[in-house]
Design a protein around this ligand. Structure first.
Ligand code: PMP
Length: 297
């Protein structure tokens, strides 16, 4: 998302819709004080909310995992999103769904919170430049390990994204746009904001959920597209040498969609150009973006 035009974005805060420049929440909100909340990033393609149900389901699952009772039902949340998108007038863009434990006191005790903050932000999205879809990305591996699921499961899309933020700083220091995070045991987990998939001998291999990662909605969409094409898809345990030896590598994510990777840690992946399976799946994915969505208008 572009960091400059937030003032012009359309924001829903607890039932009211306003401009980004007017949107405010309490300094006593536990989302701010403790990262105590959940979120989703969702795409709007040609007036349709892509994979709307999947994102709403995931925010409710994340909230459930944090024992956070959301103040609305899934249908009400979808309706609020539709209303906010309508107010924005946008046909293409990005939707950020946020729910926090709400206003409490300065102590940790969640029982003191009113559990009532729902925020929806609708705005334009800044994408990876087209050249990366044509020529591929270069990744590095970062030293920051992905949170161990025993402490805070990466499968929960919580507002506590410091693990990813720390990793992202290393990615940026290394001059890359995205980087690989290993789990606490040294196995490949995912990237700072995207899932990682490999192609080896015509089959897709990606870290299994138990490796400690966010099971991406885009990755699931790609799994279904691969299955339709008869391409085997396996969720397994991977080490860095598996990545280096892959025929193809690509990332998936709501913002990234399907982006080819052509180098990792200075090593060329495959031919050094986006591979045929990656390109086919990117094409297939772009075809479904306007089909698998909830129409707003
Ligand atoms: N991993 C992490 C850590 C993420 O934050 C995201 C979302 N940006 C993803 C993977 C990809 O998930 P999705 O395809 O559902 O956007």
């Amino acid at each position: 998302m572009s960091g400059t035009d937030w003032q012009e974005m359309t924001v829903y805060v607890n039932g009211e819709i306003m401009k980004g420049s007017e949107a405010k929440i309490s300094v006593f909100d536990h989302g701010l004080l403790y990262g105590d909340g959940v979120f989703e990033g969702i795409r709007l393609y040609d007036g349709c909310i892509f994979k709307c149900q999947e994102h709403v389901d995931r925010i409710f699952q994340s909230a459930h995992a944090l024992r956070l009772n959301l103040s609305m039902t899934p249908d009400e949340m979808t309706a609020a999103m539709v209303e906010t998108v309508k107010a924005s007038g946008l046909r293409d863009g990005y939707i950020r769904l946020i729910a926090t434990r709400g206003i409490g006191d300065l102590g940790l005790d969640p029982r003191k919170c009113n559990g009532k903050s729902v925020i929806i932000i609708v705005g334009a999205i800044s994408l990876y430049p087209t050249e990366f879809y044509e020529n591929g990305l270069s990744l590095c591996t970062v030293g920051v390990r992905r949170n161990t699921p025993a402490a805070l499961s990466p499968a929960i899309k919580s507002l506590n994204y410091l693990n990813n933020v720390m990793a992202k700083m290393q990615v940026t220091d290394a001059g890359c746009l995205e980087g690989i995070m290993l789990n606490h045991e040294g196995y490949v987990a995912e990237c700072t904001g995207d899932n990682i998939l490999l192609v080896k001998n015509g089959a897709i291999r990606t870290p299994a959920d138990h490796c400690g990662l966010l099971p991406g909605i885009t990755r699931n969409a790609v799994r279904d597209l691969a299955t339709k094409r008869g391409i085997p898809y396996e969720e397994t345990v991977l080490i860095l040498p598996d990545v280096y030896a892959a025929d193809e590598c690509f990332l998936t994510g709501t913002a990234a969609e399907v982006v080819p990777v052509v180098a990792v840690d200075g090593r060329t992946i495959g031919t050094g150009e986006p591979g045929p399976i990656t390109k086919a799946l990117l094409g297939d994915f772009r075809e479904i973006t306007t089909r698998d969505g909830v129409p707003v208008y």
